[in-house]
Design a protein around this ligand. Structure first.
Ligand code: ZN
Length: 203
């Protein structure tokens, strides 16, 4: 399985990183080895001094599809989650400046936190879900999927024109503003529509 990730999908986050607003979604892949095993602490890798949390809404793909039309995209998922796209921001900045791929900064071991899954039909509208990230109890990221530049179904249609989606693939839908550095002994928790979806200790 693969993790298909979207960058720059919330206007306020594009501004905080002083990135250009894209004309199309920014897409990258994390390998399945990036998934942080359940109940395991996140260890800051030795090659970075600036690992950032990025809380993101997740979508689990339930069947094979390619060139999926937007109006059928909703039939490709039944489960919604919340996770973190950990990013070695210093390494990413260095790679970006050189025009090189970001994989090392985004796809390292443990860089993908995947919380629990909830049935999609728990939510009235997946395009209007509130979510947030707490760092040591303080709300550091707070947003709503209504603020996505490209909504979930548009993202599925878009990425499936390049990558065949397979059962079990996970879509990371991009992070809102408020990203920041993690430090050893931080405690991160992610909330989706009032429900705690994951809790992570940083080492
Ligand atoms: Zn991200």
């Amino acid at each position: 399985m693969k993790l298909i990730c979207i960058g720059r999908n919330y206007a306020a986050h594009i501004e905080e990183l002083q990135n250009e607003r894209p004309k199309e979604p920014v897409v990258f892949i994390k390998p399945d080895s990036a998934i942080l095993p359940k109940e395991q602490d996140f260890y800051i890798p030795e090659f970075s001094n600036n690992v950032h949390y990025e809380v993101e809404v997740l979508v689990k793909i339930k069947k094979v599809g390619k060139h999926i039309a937007k109006q059928f995209a909703h039939t490709y998922y039944d489960e919604i989650g919340l996770g973190i796209d950990f990013t070695a921001r210093d390494l990413q900045a260095d790679l970006k400046a050189k025009g090189l791929p970001w994989e090392k900064a985004k796809g390292f071991d443990g860089a993908a936190v995947i919380g629990k899954w909830m049935p999609k039909n728990m939510y009235e509208n997946v395009d209007r879900m509130g979510f947030s990230l707490l760092r040591n109890g303080e709300n550091v990221q707070k947003s709503n999927t209504s603020l996505m530049l490209w909504k979930i179904d548009e993202l599925i249609a878009y990425v499936s024109t390049y990558f065949m989606l397979k059962k079990g693939d996970i879509l990371f839908t991009g992070t809102p503003a408020g990203v920041g550095k993690v430090s050893p002994n931080d405690y991160l928790s992610g909330i989706l529509e009032g429900e705690t979806m994951f809790e992570i200790n940083v080492r």
